[in-house]
Ligand binder design. Structure first.
Ligand SMILES: [Zn+2]
Length: 159
C-alpha cells in the first residue's frame, strides 16, 4: 500500500528509537498535554480519540488518528471508542483531502512491529494522501513550520 520514498528526516526518529531514547509512548505524552497541541501537531481532540500530523511524514499531509488510551489492538477498544475512531478517521480523511487538495488517501492500520508500526503498542490509524511526496532536501525547520501551518488549517476545518 505504501511506496518506498526517500525520507531522510525520518532517520533521527529511527535512530532515536533504535537507541532507546523513545522508550516512553509519544501518543500518550501528546494525549496528556493539550496545552502543547500546536507544537505536537495535534489538530483534533474528540472524546476518546485525537488526530495529529506525522512529524516524520512520507507524504504531505500524512496524519494519524489514535485513541487516548494506550492499547495495541482494535479488540481492546470499547464499542464507543471504536465507533469514534472510525467516525473521526472518516472525518479527518475529508478534511485532509480538502486542505491538501488530494482525494487519494491511503487509510490503514499496522498492527504489530513486523507489520511496520513505528509505535507498536499504541494503536493508530494512518491517513496518507498519495499526491505529494516531500522533497527530501527540505530543511527540517521549514518542514516543521509548514507542518504547524497545516495543523492549524486542519484544526480550523475540523471544528
Ligand atoms: Zn501510548
Amino acid at each position: 500500500m505504501f511506496r518506498i520514498v526517500a525520507t531522510p528526516w525520518r532517520y533521527r526518529y529511527i535512530l532515536d528509537s533504535a537507541q532507546g531514547r523513545r522508550s516512553g509512548c509519544f501518543f500518550c505524552a501528546y494525549a496528556e498535554a493539550p496545552e502543547r497541541d500546536l507544537e505536537d501537531l495535534v489538530f483534533f481532540r474528540g472524546r476518546h480519540v485525537f488526530g495529529l500530523l506525522n512529524r516524520f511524514p512520507y507524504m504531505w499531509g500524512h496524519a494519524m488518528v489514535a485513541p487516548y488510551r494506550h492499547v495495541g489492538d482494535l479488540v481492546e477498544l470499547s464499542d464507543e471508542e471504536l465507533a469514534e475512531l472510525l467516525r473521526s478517521t472518516y472525518r479527518a480523511k475529508a478534511v485532509i483531502a480538502e486542505a491538501v487538495g488530494c482525494g487519494d488517501i491511503a487509510v490503514g492500520i499496522n498492527i504489530g512491529r513486523v507489520a511496520g508500526a513505528g509505535v507498536a503498542d499504541h494503536l493508530h490509524v494512518h491517513l496518507v494522501p498519495m499526491c505529494k511526496e516531500i522533497d527530501p532536501s527540505t530543511p527540517s525547520k521549514e518542514l516543521e513550520d509548514a507542518l504547524r501551518r497545516l495543523a492549524e488549517d486542519l484544526a480550523r476545518r475540523f471544528t
